[in-house]
Design a protein around this ligand. Sequence first.
Ligand code: FES
Length: 374
Amino acid sequence: MTDHTPESEHTAGTAVRLDQGHVQGTGGVPDRFENPGLPPHVHRAADLDDRAARRAERIVAGLFGLSMVGTLIFLVAYFLVDVETQTFVPVVGRTSLSNVLLGVGLALALLGIGLGAVQWAKTLMPDEESVEERHPLRSSQEARDGFVETMMEGGEKAQLTRRPILKGAFLGSMALFPLPLVLQVAGSLGPLPKNDLSVTWWNGRRDEQTGLIVKPEKKLRLMTDPENKPIRPGEVTIGSVFHVMPEGLLEEHGTHKLTEKGKAAVLLMRLKPEDFQDTPGGRKAQEWGYQGIVAYSKICTHVGCPVGLYEQTTHHLLCPCHQSTFDVTNDCEVIFGPAKRPLPQLKITVENGYLVADQPFQEPVGPSFWERES
Ligand code: FES
């Protein structure tokens, strides 16, 4: 049966009172609350009885005293107890007496202060509730008019209204003034990511003068980092991981070497053929690898941390920063964490007995950025 009492009904656009506490607006959303007021004040024992007040005072003082004892225990343990001295603590077993006393002392010191403060507030401090009504924040009309008048008067005295050229020059200088700051900030953000993350040492090196990319004349060998040794496929055993740099990079010097190393870093590992998933990703990973050896960018596609951990049993690569997890058996698809894209794969093959890059990364390495797909 439907209840048709006035309290249960409301008409669209009309606020209907439901109970004492609040007023129901349209769509069931309260649009204002009534002030429920304060409950009647109940006096505490210490408010009415002097003996109860003194007892409460002694309890509070005792708790603060307990805190002082705790601090003293801490100081004694710190300065006088030999750290090698052992004691037996139930559950824990044999442990350092100094550590036990330090812990107990600190706990008592903090607990005593906390409990003392709470007890003091609950029993002795004034507990009358007081209400301060909130006044409107808007200034009075008189104050607002006064402000406008002062501003106009200031403008008048500065002759801004009588001298339009001066006014225009002043406004123009103020409008242009922030531009150098804005440009300075924008210019300090470094090159556009598209220009930078799309080109790694595997593609070639960027000519400083022309900005053009000078492609390598041959396929670059994969070199161990930091030994700088080329790698034979037989050295990459199941379960091992190699940290790899492109040939020629480790001989470089200067800060650009660090930048290039940061972008070109590759992880190399070997899986059994049957470990790869029978998916488009798994098949592509195998195809771009060499006899189960696969090479992936080490730069996490979330915000660019080095992916540092390879779980041999699950064939997962883990990024330590925010736990993004990439599945090597399926072309390093993201299976957990905030990264949104797989790690780019480096296509490899063998030349003269050593692993080489058959082609550079086919997409920018590292995190996503706005013009990545353009
Ligand atoms: S940078 Fe790798 S998960 Fe965030």
